[in-house]
Write a protein of this length. Structure first.
Length: 200
């Protein structure tokens, strides 16, 4: 398995290209990732959304037009993308898109790898995490960052709910699990358990 990070958009959002022997997928779709992925010459078969805040979905429509199948917790809505809430903020417009498959919690086949899907609301009502045991990697979206956690002052936000989800789904993972977040650099579960002040 090969994982490559792309960072783009107004608030420097991370997306990840995951290449496996049986198929390739993206985790999140910040602005510019469709053109970048096409430029790599790598076929993209699927897109998994950690949540649908605007900065994570700006390129979903472009990817779907390329034949990429979209997986998410919920269908597209302007409430989830924050377009309804932040109409006066000057947020980039999100081209409406369809979600092909609604994803539930639990074990899931992602081509030649198995993933554990966790529902960790609190930053966004539809927030998902994807843990791939064989690679020791967690795609955390905006639930957990290096030294921080997702903001909870947006629609659907709840600090208590977020901390409960992190405790239930993430802190039980092995300490050496790599945490690949929606913003910023990489960390590990053990490092966050030891140093992240939000989790104490």
């Amino acid at each position: 398995m090969r994982i490559t990070k792309f960072t783009g958009g107004m608030v420097q959002t991370n997306g990840y290209l995951v290449e496996t022997p049986e198929g390739n997928f993206l985790v999140d779709a910040p602005s510019g990732i469709a053109e970048w992925a096409e430029g790599t010459g790598t076929r993209v078969d699927a897109l998994y959304l950690t949540h649908q805040h605007y900065d994570h979905v700006e390129d979903v429509a472009a990817l779907r037009a390329m034949g990429v199948k979209v997986f998410a917790w919920a269908d597209y809505s302007k409430d989830l993308t924050l377009e309804a809430f932040g109409a006066g903020w000057g947020l980039p417009a999100v081209e409406p898109y369809g979600v092909d498959v609604l994803v539930a919690e639990g074990e899931r086949e992602m081509f030649s790898t198995k993933a554990k899907v966790g529902h960790v609301p609190g930053h966004s009502a539809d927030s998902l995490t994807f843990y791939i045991p064989e690679a020791g990697v967690l795609f955390a979206g905006d639930a957990l960052f290096a030294g921080s956690v997702g903001r909870c002052d947006l629609p659907g936000g709840s600090f208590e709910l977020l901390l409960a989800g992190i405790e239930r789904e993430l802190l039980c993972l092995p300490d050496d699990t790599r945490v690949l977040s929606g913003h910023g650099g990489e960390t590990t579960i053990g490092r966050e358990k030891a140093t992240n002040g939000y989790l104490r």
